[in-house]
Design a protein. Sequence first.
Length: 148
Amino acid sequence: MTLWLLRHGEAEPRVTTDAVRELTPRGCQEIRATSRQLGGQPLERMLVSPLVRAQQSAQLVREVLGYAGPWQTVDWIVPEAPARQALARLDAFEGEHLLLVTHQDFVGELAGLLTGEAPLVMPTGSLVRLEGEVMAAGLMQRMALYLP
């Protein structure tokens, strides 16, 4: 099973609330570049944070890949979400090849938890590929880290 973790692209620095920050032109470029790494991969489902910059990033992935598969917005992959609680929710998708479009610090903590390593620092637009028999703490391996 493969789990792809994508941190959204660069977003506007200041707006009224964090939830409505949009991607900058550079952020859009980052996501388009990184999305190409997903080409030809057996992607079965996308789980996307409800925050605007993650939704925009996911839409760009869909455009670049021509992806028409399932896309689900979930509120448990936002920046402050506890990785351990998210891991329990990921059980529902066991065996699927998933892409999570999310945020730092969550994405780094989840990657570290799954691999048994320190939290991963992921710049905007970066993508990590984890593989393993099951999605469980310490049982997945980091196969690649792609930077825009």
